[in-house]
Ligand binder design. Structure first.
Ligand SMILES: [Zn+2]
Length: 169
């Protein structure tokens, strides 16, 4: 079973205001992940998660106590948080960006041609990048580059830690 390989069975998440980085990284891994700012009250956050059928990820003990599909994230740094969430939910993510979502807005990314992004990326990127993807939500353009290599290395390290911890119950 691969959590990332079967889109229909991938859990969806909602991160509370203290877990913005976690939300971005879950999106890199391809998980549909909402993020709520600090302006919402606890019961509104919980209601939103329930209404949208999402796992609520929070660092707030009181908020974690409100429903069955809530997970109190105990780790401090984002890499440990990912290992913790994947391990506790028995997920087996793969270290790749093919299925990733927009890290800014959680929108879906679709392949875009060079002509589609001509006005949107720097000239050297336009000339050298092998492929482009564009967010259907905010319009942001993504392409493979040095920044994605760094992200992929971190993703691989997280998957390795997950496997080493035997966190695939
Ligand atoms: Zn976006």
């Amino acid at each position: 079973m691969s959590g990332a390989g079967y889109p229909g069975t991938m859990p969806r998440f909602l991160c509370d205001a203290m877990l913005g980085s976690l939300a971005r990284w879950l999106r890199f891994f391809g998980y549909d992940t909402g993020f709520l700012g600090p302006e919402l009250a606890d019961d509104e956050v919980a209601e939103r998660a329930r209404g949208e059928g999402r796992w609520l990820l929070t660092r707030d003990h009181e908020l974690a106590a409100v429903g069955p599909r809530t997970l109190l994230v105990r780790s401090e740094d984002v890499e440990s948080q990912l290992v913790e969430v994947f391990g506790r939910l028995g997920l087996c993510p793969s270290a790749g960006l093919d299925g990733s979502r927009c890290s800014e807005c959680n929108g879906e990314l679709t392949a875009a041609g060079r002509d589609d992004v001509r006005e949107l990326v720097p000239p050297y990127v336009l000339a050298t990048a092998e492929r482009f993807r564009r967010c259907g939500g905010c319009g942001r353009v993504y392409w493979p580059g040095t920044h994605t290599e760094r992200i992929l290395r971190t993703m691989a390290a997280i998957v390795q830690r997950l496997e080493a911890s035997g966190g695939r119950s």
